[in-house]
Design a protein around this ligand. Structure first.
Ligand code: C2E
Ligand code: MG
Ligand code: MG
Length: 382
C-alpha cells in the first residue's frame, strides 16, 4: 500500500491505464484492513467516521475523472493505513464509485469507436436523449405550499446512473454544446409546463439555471425568445437563476441583458447568494426579484453563529430591498424551524425530498389541489 501511495503520488498518468487494476487490488487490501479494523474495533473514532471526498472531487471536468479516481484510491489507501475503519470504508466506497464512472465513460468512448473524448461522449448523450430534467419543489415556508420548482439537469449515463451538471456543464461550455443543451433544457421545461397546465390551473413558477457562457452567446436572447414563442407558454411562468459570481463578472453587460430578459416577462434570481462579492449598489442595478441563499450557509446556520448571522442578514436585506428570499439546501427540521423563525419566505432542499421527475412533480401539484396534507406536518409548529 505504501508503494502504491508513492507511485500514485509520483506519476498521475499511471492512473489512466492501470487505475482499474490498482484500484481492485487496493480495494481488496483496504477492505481486508477495514474488516480487521471492524473486528478489533480499536481504531474507529466518531470524528473520522464521515469521509469527506477530496476537494478536487468538485473539479468540474469529466477529463479530470481519472485524476479524481486517482485521488480517491490514494485517499482510500491512506485511510486504510492511517485512519479509522469507518473512514477507510467510506473512502473505499467513494473510490469504487469513481472507478465505476471512469469505466462507464470508457465504455462510451469505446462505443464511439475512438472518437471518445469526453466532449464527444456528451454530444452523443444529447443525440441519444440521455439528458433528463428533474424538478426540486420550492416551498412557501409560511404554510408549506409548493409554489414552483427548480429545473435541474442530469446526464443519465447507461450503466452508471446520473452524472451531476457540476461535472458536465463546464465541459459543454468548452464548445457550442452549451447553447444546444441550454435550449434543450428550456424546450423540455416549456413542454413539461404545458402538460402540467392541462391538469393544474397554476403549476407555479419554474426556475432554470443559466451559466456565464450561455449568457455570453450572441444568439442567446433571440433563441430564447423563439423557444417561448414556439412553446406557447408565457415567460412569466419562469425564473432564470444566475449566480452572484456570473453577475459580477461582467456587471455592465449583465445589467443590459437582464433588462431585456426582464422586459420579456421573465423573473430573475441571484443563485448561490453570499458566495460572491456583490455590492449593494450593484445589486440595485439588476432587475432581480429573488435572492437564493447559498446552501453552505443554510447547512451550518443551526450550528455556527457566524452562518446564522449571515443567513439572518441576507433575509433582512432581501426584505428591505423588496426581494423574495429563498433558502437552498434545507436538510433538517431544525434548519427549517430556524429559517421560519427568521421569516424566510421560501425554501428548497432534501427535507422536502430529492429532485423528482416531471410526472412526480405533477402528482405533487395534483395532491395539493385536492387539499392533501403534503408538507403540512413539517409546518405544524408555527
Ligand atoms: P444550484 O442551481 O445551486 O442547484 C442546487 C444544487 O443543490 C443542485 O445540485 C441540487 O440537487 C442540490 N441540492 C438540492 N437540495 C439539496 C440539499 O438539501 N442538500 C444538498 N447538499 N444539496 C442539495 P445539482 O442538481 O447537482 O446541480 C448543481 C449545479 O449545476 C446547480 O447548482 C446549477 O448551478 C447547475 N445546473 C443544474 N442544472 C443546470 C442547467 O440546466 N443548466 C445550467 N447551466 N446549470 C445547471
Ligand atoms: Mg440554481
Ligand atoms: Mg444554488
Amino acid at each position: 500500500l505504501v508503494v502504491l501511495v508513492m507511485v500514485l503520488r509520483a506519476d498521475r498518468s499511471v492512473a489512466n491505464t492501470t487505475l482499474a487494476v490498482l484500484t481492485l487490488i487496493s480495494i481488496a487490501v483496504a477492505g481486508t484492513m477495514v474488516v480487521q479494523g471492524f473486528s478489533s474495533g480499536s481504531r474507529a473514532t466518531p470524528a473520522e467516521a464521515r469521509y469527506v471526498p477530496p476537494a478536487s472531487a468538485a473539479l468540474p471536468q469529466l477529463s479530470c475523472i481519472d485524476d479524481l479516481a486517482g485521488d480517491a484510491v490514494l485517499s482510500a489507501c491512506e485511510k486504510a493505513l492511517f485512519g479509522s475503519a469507518e473512514s477507510a470504508a467510506a473512502a473505499v466506497a467513494y473510490a469504487a464509485n469513481q472507478i465505476t464512472l471512469l469505466i462507464s465513460l470508457g465504455d462510451v468512448a469505446t462505443a464511439n469507436k475512438g472518437a471518445g473524448s469526453d466532449l464527444m461522449a456528451l454530444r452523443r448523450a444529447v443525440e441519444r436523449d440521455e439528458l433528463v430534467i428533474l424538478y426540486q419543489p420550492k416551498v412557501d415556508l409560511r404554510d408549506g405550499r409548493v409554489v414552483g420548482a427548480e429545473a435541474l439537469i442530469r446526464w443519465r449515463l447507461p450503466g452508471h446512473g446520473d452524472i451531476s451538471p457540476a461535472q458536465f456543464i463546464p465541459l459543454a461550455e468548452e464548445s457550442n454544446l452549451i447553447q444546444e443543451i441550454g435550449e434543450w433544457v428550456l424546450k423540455r421545461v416549456c413542454r413539461d409546463y404545458g402538460a402540467w397546465q392541462q391538469q393544474v390551473p397554476k403549476p407555479g413558477r419554474i426556475s432554470i439555471n443559466l451559466s456565464l457562457k450561455q449568457l455570453r452567446q450572441a444568439e442567446f436572447l433571440t433563441r430564447y425568445r423563439s423557444v417561448f414563442d414556439e412553446s406557447g407558454v408565457a415567460p412569466s411562468n419562469f425564473e432564470l437563476e444566475i449566480t452572484e459570481t456570473t453577475l459580477m463578472t461582467e456587471a455592465g453587460r449583465m445589467v443590459r441583458l437582464l433588462d431585456e430578459l426582464h422586459a420579456m416577462g421573465l423573473h430573475l434570481s441571484i443563485d448561490d447568494f453570499g458566495t460572491g462579492y456583490s455590492s449593494l449598489s450593484a445589486l440595485q442595478q439588476f432587475p432581480v426579484g429573488t435572492l437564493k441563499i447559498d446552501q453552505s450557509f443554510v447547512r451550518h446556520a443551526t450550528v455556527s453563529r457566524e452562518d446564522a448571522t449571515l443567513v439572518r442578514t441576507i433575509i433582512e436585506m432581501g426584505k428591505n430591498l423588496d426581494l423574495e428570499v429563498v433558502a437552498e439546501g434545507i436538510e433538517s427540521q431544525q434548519q427549517l424551524d430556524f429559517l421560519r423563525s427568521r421569516n424566510c419566505h421560501y425554501g428548497q432542499g432534501r427535507l422536502f425530498g430529492e429532485p423528482m421527475t416531471a410526472t412526480d412533480f405533477l402528482q405533487l401539484l395534483l395532491a395539493q389541489v385536492r387539499g392533501e396534507e403534503g408538507y403540512g406536518r413539517m409546518f405544524a409548529g408555527g
